[in-house]
Design a binder for this molecule. Structure first.
Ligand SMILES: [Zn+2]
Length: 145
């Protein structure tokens, strides 16, 4: 990533801090997902899920990798190679704590690829370890349940 490009992203994120958070919580980014992107541990699996969606919107690869459980984490994401994806919104369908250390969040994320609107319906599994929530894996709820 060139320094010019990084600079542009910082300006973009600064301008967006007072805007509604992309995760559609209804709160501004600065009091929603931003603190987690800046290092605060997300207190719940839902907060982590929302902050990871917003990280996809902003292309925050480091955050996505950092919050991915080491057992399932890819070595890289290369979001920059996929500039055609435009994230449109997030709808939380179901949140369930399956134990003290695990939870699931079912959601629908809407996005556009090359002008074509698409829906991602996923059941994400999260795990709590070392005082932090981590994304473990995702599956299609229509197949799993
Ligand atoms: Zn948010």
């Amino acid at each position: 990533m060139t320094s010019l490009r990084l600079f542009g992203i910082i300006i973009l994120v600064k301008n967006l801090t007072q805007n509604p958070c992309p995760c559609e919580s209804g709160n501004p980014y600065s009091s929603c997902c931003q603190p987690y992107h800046q290092g605060l541990a997300a207190p719940t699996s839902l907060a982590l899920m929302r902050s990871r969606y917003t990280a996809f919107v902003f292309g925050l690869e480091d955050y996505l990798l950092k919050t991915w459980h080491p057992d399932t984490r890819p070595s890289f994401l290369n979001l920059a190679d996929d500039p055609a994806t435009q994230w449109l919104g997030l709808q939380i369908k179901r949140v369930e704590n399956t134990s003290e250390e695990s939870g699931i969040v079912e959601f629908v994320a809407r996005y556009k690829i090359a002008g074509k609107a698409t829906r991602l319906h996923e059941l994400s599994e999260f795990i709590y370890t070392d005082n932090r929530w981590y994304y473990l894996t995702g599956s299609n709820p229509n197949v799993q349940l």
